[in-house]
Design a protein around this ligand. Sequence first.
Ligand code: DTR
Ligand code: CA
Ligand code: ZN
Ligand code: ZN
Length: 439
Amino acid sequence: MSLSASRRLAATTALAVAGLLAATAPAALAVPASAAAAPTPPDIPVANVKAHLSQLQSIATANGGNRAHGRTGYKASIDYVKGKLDAAGFTTTLQTFTSSGATGYNLIADWPGGDPNSVLMAGSHLDSVTSGPGINDNGSGSAAVLETALAVSRAGLQPTKHLRFGWWGAEELGLIGSKYYVNNLPSAERAKISGYLNFDMIGSPNPGYFVYDDDPALEKVFKDYFATLSIPTEIETEGDGRSDHAPFKNAGIPVGGLFSGADYTKTSAQAQKWGGTAGQAFDRCYHSSCDTTANINDTALDRNSDAIAYAIWTLGAGTTVPPGPSFENTADVAVPDSPGAAVTSPITVSGVAGNAPSTLKVDVNIVHTWRGDLVVDLVAPDGTAYRLKNSSSNDSADNVVATYTVNASSEVANGVWKLKVQDVAAQDTGYINSWKLTF
Ligand code: DTR
Ligand code: CA
Ligand code: ZN
Ligand code: ZN
């Protein structure tokens, strides 16, 4: 009887007595089979987005200089957006609410078709503060979402998911409109929303490229898009609770979004990678009367608008986001029995822009009887170790064949990554058969 068999017999007896469930290695993450290939996302003409901004500017100018909740400029903004959507074939709904003694309006636009039980939603607040026209905050998000919706209509898109767009009132008073929408949505309807994408300030004059770091899959779609432009992004850290994604997140709905910065100051490191002016606010006219059509960076507005279209087309198609590049090492590396030293298997990553994703996939294949002996780590190029598998005194099964997902977003992607394996319990040996990184 081999050593492992005698160990297994003893362990089986122990397990029978203890009635313990054998620990199992994390199951490989099922990657849903992709549906038909996702249709190609369009370029969103930034001139069209700017034309909407000009209209919103004219509305503010004609209505006391703002588009704030409870003022005539806000309702005129709603009427403008609704008119465009009605003409494009959307089913629009005007939801009213009261806040601070004034009537508020949410505009919801459904694109006919798609699975009614799987809704992809995108939105932005349409109101401004009372002190100015609110062209970047948040005409930029409202106009980009509007133009993306119109692009859906122009394309006659028939996505797998049902597409819904929202323009929120009274965000500046405390997310009033979006809270009202979520709170009045029956729970069965909320459960149908597979994700909510929020866009609040995406054309800042001294722009940054921030991606909400809430739902990893939604974050990845945007990071993947900007990687195609070789533009590094940063996670949006100041935003929790500060815009209309918060009520959706609080209701358990996956959220994502983009942000180009408000009154925080751009650092020299950020200016190095994004251009613009270090030591200056991303938007010096935040909540000010100078937040006009002159307060927009066209490149940021264009890139973010295209990123919105990429996300809607990709996520709406119901396919999984196509995996990024992968790198594999299939060389066998013997794992000495305890108390031997840990062994490593290297993979050199090159040609991947920026940092690794928050959903770095690590496929591991280790041939080893009594896999409970093994401790497995992923070691990043800078030496940071990420524990993939701990040892276990009662996992007598053979081999480690598993897929792990690691949040490696703080690690530069390019460099030499290592799989580190150590046998920490006497008897039983084996070897690293292969392992793979997918970005
Ligand atoms: N509160 C938003 C602007 C804002 C400030 N920080 C963030 C972070 C993420 C999204 C938006 C914002 C407003 O004034 O409308
Ligand atoms: Ca574009
Ligand atoms: Zn604001
Ligand atoms: Zn805003």
